[in-house]
Design a protein around this ligand. Structure first.
Ligand code: FES
Length: 514
């Protein structure tokens, strides 16, 4: 097995100001609203409700923005990557219009909040350019231009090439009024604003149970309880819902490289191509004045490949062919939840008995805008106000377009195939074949064992059965994690939960080591 010698680091780490110092929850508390998850979605919900005078408590087992918000490339975009022509087919003309209006409102809301709260998060409004991948012809742009106009995005225009791009993009669409920002600076600013409004934010606090009802509650690993009038689960993939939402979305890993480029050599804009697993590009300036080109793409379904190094190499080669790349200094990976009908799930938890519980999931590659949409939409739902976006994002919706049904069947057939892992052998014959710093699944009698050998040579064994719905996890060499190929749960090498929906760690193995 290969071994990754370097840790993946995102460009956000070390390029922002100090992050808020927060402590774990130490006692039972009551609140008007309890938010689980302190990423952009959770903090946006907390912010909008705290500003309405609600007593808000936020819990996260990680640091603020320590989940997928810290792994994003932070495009604030209403040029939706599933394309307006597709959204129109799946959600109708009104649905496409609401999608445009909500994402555009989210972009502008980030700017407004940054100004009002004095958050120095490098928010920059700019243009975005969509250009063709090799498999597409210019008629795709014509169709998208017409669909964007019908959705109300009337100032999108077609250009012969993207101005200021250091390579000939060929024909492209210009989407005005997009933006970029530093995601960790923004969520840190939201924490300060929530605290100033009387809210409380606790980190290092893992929620293991969410209960709905007239007075819903959450319970932590430490046995503490938060009771509230409403609970909002904003954990990327919901830990409250066991099944229904997870059959309607699929997890993908996406990969990113950050490379220095000569200052001023690339126009400050967002760039995307039209490939199925498309490339997405933007700039970010470091505090030292360096300009960093951030290039993402090369997605694969979570737990279905373990070749991150090759994907980073392909991203770098793609960038070098088009941009004046000097040195690749950052590489990281994140998780995207892809809903079968392309829109996020934001609203009431559809699970039985989950009254007064709300969820935010299905970022669909637009986690930043979907997170801020959640802030405005869930505020209105909790306060009993009408919101025009509610039905588009309703987690209980049923979308019966041919496209979405095909996508739903494809992803669920794939999940069914993962259960056949139970009848396959292990990845290696014995623990001796596992090198320090790596892991592999072993077959031991009737059970699958997730075996990890740490740097000091000590072997750690856990059950390889995902604690969500029982698929067999796979080792991720680059991230050093156990990833579930079914609904995207991720676990640390020694079994602790990194990403839901799994609520609890991988189990200890009877007779296993450590
Ligand atoms: Fe659902 Fe693992 S995430 S079975």
């Amino acid at each position: 097995m290969t071994r990754s010698s370097e840790r993946s680091v995102s460009v956000w780490e070390g390029t922002g100001g100090p992050q808020p110092e927060l402590a774990p929850l130490r006692e039972d508390v009551r609140a008007d609203v309890c938010v689980v998850g302190a990423g952009i979605a959770g903090m946006s919900v907390a912010y909008h409700l705290a500003k309405e005078g609600r007593r808000v408590v936020v819990l996260d087992d990680n640091a603020v923005g320590g989940g997928e918000t810290g792994q994003t490339t932070a495009h604030l975009s209403s040029a939706l990557d599933d394309r307006y022509q597709v959204l129109e087919e799946v959600h109708g003309r009104d649905g496409a219009r609401l999608a445009y209006e909500s994402h555009q409102a989210a972009i502008e809301r980030v700017g407004e909040i940054a100004r009002t709260e004095g958050i120095d998060c490098d928010y920059v409004p700019l243009d975005g350019y969509l250009f063709l991948g090799p498999e597409h012809g210019p008629e795709l742009l014509d169709r998208e231009l017409a669909a964007a106009h019908r959705a109300g995005f009337t100032d999108v225009e077609r250009l012969p090439r993207a101005p200021g791009a250091p390579f000939d993009t060929g024909p492209c669409l210009r989407f005005p009024r997009q933006a970029r920002f530093h995601p960790l600076e923004f969520v840190a600013g939201l924490v300060r604003a929530v605290q100033a409004a009387g809210g409380r934010v606790f980190t290092g606090t893992h929620v293991s149970e969410v209960e709905g009802g007239a007075e819903p509650s959450v319970r932590t690993d430490d046995g503490l309880t938060v009771r509230a009038g409403a609970v909002v689960v904003a954990t990327n993939s919901p830990i409250s819902d066991r099944v229904s939402i997870h059959t309607k979305q699929a997890p993908y890993r996406t990969f990113v490289v950050g490379a220095t480029v000569p200052p001023g050599s690339v126009k400050d804009a967002l760039y995307w191509d039209t490939r199925e697993m498309y490339h997405y590009v933007r700039l970010q300036r470091t505090p030292g004045g360096e300009e960093v080109l951030i290039v993402g793409g090369e997605d694969h379904k979570t737990g279905h490949a373990d070749d991150a190094q090759a994907r980073y190499a392909r991203l770098e080669a793609w960038a070098r062919e088009r941009f004046p790349v000097q040195e690749v200094r950052w590489r990281w990976s994140g998780q995207v939840m892809e809903p079968a009908d392309y829109m996020a799930f934001i609203g009431r938890d559809p699970g039985t008995g989950m009254e007064n519980v709300y969820v935010v999931t299905g970022d669909s590659g637009h986690g930043m805008t979907h997170g801020v949409i959640a802030g405005m939409l869930i505020r209105d739902l909790v306060l009993g106000r009408d919101n025009p976006w509610a039905s588009l994002y309703d987690p209980a919706r049923v979308t019966l377009s041919v496209d979405s049904v095909r996508e739903f069947l494809k992803e669920n057939l794939d999940v069914a195939v993962q259960y056949t892992d139970w009848v396959r052998g292990g990845e290696v014959g014995s623990a001796e074949q596992i090198a320090p710093g790596t892991g592999a699944v072993l077959q031991r009698g009737g059970q699958k064992v997730a075996a990890y050998r740490d740097e000091a040579g000590t072997l750690h064994e856990r059950s390889a059965t995902c604690t969500h719905l029982g698929c067999v996890v796979s080792w991720n060499t680059e991230e050093r994690s156990w990833d579930c190929p079914c609904h995207g749960s991720r676990f640390a090498p020694t079994g602790e939960v990194l990403n839901g929906p799994a609520p609890t760690p991988l189990r200890h193995v009877e007779g296993g080591v450590h």
